[in-house]
Design a protein. Structure first.
Length: 460
C-alpha cells in the first residue's frame, strides 16, 4: 500500500512503480531522513500539534528504525517508494497510529530537500578531508625536491627550467581553491527548508529557527516555493567536484606524460601502476587515466542536473528526483579516486637525473635576453638578438654556450666574457626568487604558506 493512495481506486502499474521508485538509491539518506523526522516530531510537539508522549514514542520508534538500517536489518516492502515513505511505513508498524501524525504539516517536498541538504553537508566534509589529504601528500613530496631541476612547459614545449617542488606545489593551490569553494557551497547548503510544506508553507506554528538549529543548519529558507525546488546547492556541489576533478585530471595528464619512457621523469610505484597482459615491458598509469576519465562523468553529472533544472515550472516537479544519482555518483567517483591519487603522489619516484638531462640550453634563451637587459638593452631588442643567436646555433648544430664569444659579439657587442655564467640551469632557477617563483628559496617560502593554509584548515 502506498502512503498517498486514498483517492486512487486502482493500484499503481508495476512498470510505473519501477520507474517511479527512488528507494534503490535514496535509501542512503536514511540517517538524514530519520534525523530530520526526529527533529520534526519534537518541533510539532512543541507547537502543540502532537502530545509529548506521542512525540516521545515517535522518536523512540525512529531510533529503532535507524538501528535497523544500521544493522542492515531493515526490510523493504512493496510500496516503499522512497526513503521517506519507507521510514514512515516502518515507524507506523512500530509505534502505531502516532506514527501517522509525524507528517502533519510536512510534505515529502520539504522533507527531501532537507534530507538532501543534510547529506550534501556531510559529503562536503568528506570530500574536503580527502582533498586536504592529497594536499598534504603534495607538500610532502615537494619537500623532497626543492633542489630538483626539471623543464617547465608551455604549449607542452620545453620552456624554462623550474624545480620539481614548484611543479608539484602548483597542484596544491588548485586544490586549496577547491576546498575553499566547497566552504562556500556549504554556506548556501546549510539552509533549512523544513516547514515549507509541499510548496505553500505550513499553517502549524512550528519554530523553524529552532528546528533548523536542531538539525545543524545555520539558517532557514525565506520562501517556501523556492525552498522545495531549489537545487542550487546540489549544482554547486557538483560543480565543485567537477572542477576538483578537472584539477586531478590535469595532474593525471602530467603524471601520464612524465612517466612515459620518452620523458622518464617519474616512475610509478608497482602498487599503483598496471602491466599489460600481452606486452611484458609495459607499466601503465591506469589510475591516472581513470582520474582523467572519471572527470568526464563529474562534468556530465553537473551538466545533467543543470539541464534537468532549466525548464522546470514552479515549484516541485518529479524531475527533481533525478538530482540524487548525479550527486551520489560524483561523490562516489571522487571518494574512490582521491585516496589512490594521494597514494600515488606519496609513492611517486622522481628521477632527478632524467629531469636534469631533459634541460637544454635553449631553455636559457630568456636568461640570455635578461643578461642583455641588465647591460642596458630594452627587452624587445634583447629578445630579437637572442632569437638570432638561437637560429645561428641551430644552423650550426651547436648549443648556445658553444657559440664563440666573437660570433656572439658579431650579433651584439653587449655580449662579454661574463655571458658564460648565464649557462647554468641551477643559477637560472635560483635567480627566480620573486614570491611565487621556482627558486628553491622561494619554494621554501611557498611551502611555508601551504603549511599555514593547512594549519588553519586543521586547527580552525
Ligand atoms: N523521492 C522524491 C524525490 O526524490 C521525494 C519527493 C516526492 N514528492 C512528490 N511530490 N512526489 O524527489
Amino acid at each position: 500500500m502506498t502512503l498517498w493512495g486514498g483517492a486512487f481506486s486502482e493500484p499503481t502499474d508495476d512498470d510505473l512503480r519501477a520507474l517511479n521508485d527512488s528507494i534503490g538509491f535514496d535509501r542512503r539518506m536514511y540517517a538524514q531522513d530519520i534525523a530530520g523526522s526526529i527533529a520534526y516530531a519534537q518541533a510539532i510537539a512543541q507547537a502543540g500539534i502532537i502530545t509529548g508522549e506521542e512525540s516521545a514514542s515517535i522518536v523512540q520508534g525512529l531510533q529503532k528504525v535507524l538501528q535497523e538500517f544500521e544493522a542492515g536489518a531493515f526490510t523493504l516492502k512493496p510500496g516503499d517508494e522512497d526513503i521517506h515513505t519507507a521510514v514512515e511505513r516502518r515507524l507506523t508498524e512500530l509505534v502505531g497510529p502516532a506514527g501517522g501524525k509525524l507528517h502533519t504539516g510536512r510534505s515529502r517536498n520539504d522533507q527531501v530537500a532537507t534530507d538532501f541538504r543534510l547529506w550534501v553537508l556531510d559529503a562536503i566534509e568528506e570530500i574536503q578531508a580527502r582533498l586536504v589529504g592529497l594536499q598534504v601528500a603534495l607538500v610532502e613530496q615537494a619537500g623532497k625536491h626543492i633542489q630538483t631541476l626539471m623543464p617547465g612547459y608551455t604549449h607542452l614545449q620545453p620552456a624554462q627550467p623550474i624545480t620539481a617542488a614548484h611543479w608539484l606545489m602548483s597542484f596544491f593551490w588548485m586544490l586549496a581553491r577547491d576546498v575553499e569553494r566547497l566552504d562556500d557551497c556549504r554556506r548556501r547548503t546549510s539552509v533549512c527548508p523544513l516547514g515549507s510544506g509541499a510548496l505553500a508553507g505550513t499553517p502549524f506554528l512550528i519554530d523553524r529557527e529552532k528546528l533548523a538549529q536542531e538539525l545543524g543548519f545555520t539558517a532557514i529558507t525565506a520562501n517556501s516555493l523556492d525552498a522545495v525546488s531549489d537545487r542550487d546547492f546540489a549544482a554547486e556541489f557538483l560543480f565543485g567536484l567537477a572542477l576538483a576533478g578537472t584539477h586531478l585530471s590535469r595532474l593525471a595528464e602530467d603524471i601520464i606524460l612524465y612517466s612515459n619512457p620518452l620523458f622518464g621523469y617519474i616512475t610509478l610505484n608497482d602498487r599503483y601502476s598496471t602491466g599489460s597482459s600481452l606486452m611484458p615491458q609495459k607499466r601503465n598509469a591506469d589510475p591516472m587515466e581513470l582520474a582523467r576519465g572519471k572527470t568526464g562523468r563529474l562534468i556530465g553529472n553537473l551538466t545533467g542536473l543543470l539541464t534537468t533544472l532549466k525548464g522546470l515550472p514552479s515549484t516541485y516537479n518529479k524531475d527533481l528526483q533525478e538530482d540524487k544519482e548525479a550527486v551520489f555518483d560524483s561523490f562516489d567517483s571522487l571518494t574512490r579516486l582521491l585516496p589512490v591519487v594521494t597514494a600515488i603522489i606519496l609513492t611517486l619516484q622522481l628521477n632527478p637525473q632524467r629531469m636534469q638531462a631533459a634541460l637544454t640550453e635553449d631553455m636559457l634563451a630568456t636568461d640570455v635576453a635578461d643578461y642583455l637587459v641588465k647591460k642596458g638593452l630594452p627587452f624587445r631588442q634583447a629578445h630579437r638578438v637572442v632569437g638570432e643567436v638561437v637560429r645561428l646555433a641551430a644552423e650550426q648544430s651547436i648549443t648556445l654556450s658553444q657559440m664563440p664569444l666573437a660570433t656572439l659579439r658579431g650579433i651584439s657587442d653587449l655580449f662579454g666574457e661574463d655571458v658564460r655564467a648565464v649557462f647554468d640551469f641551477q643559477q637560472s632557477v635560483a635567480r627566480r626568487v620573486a614570491p611565487g617563483g621556482p627558486a628553491p628559496e622561494a619554494v621554501i617560502k611557498q611551502i611555508q604558506l601551504a603549511q599555514d593554509w593547512l594549519n588553519t584548515r586543521t586547527h580552525g
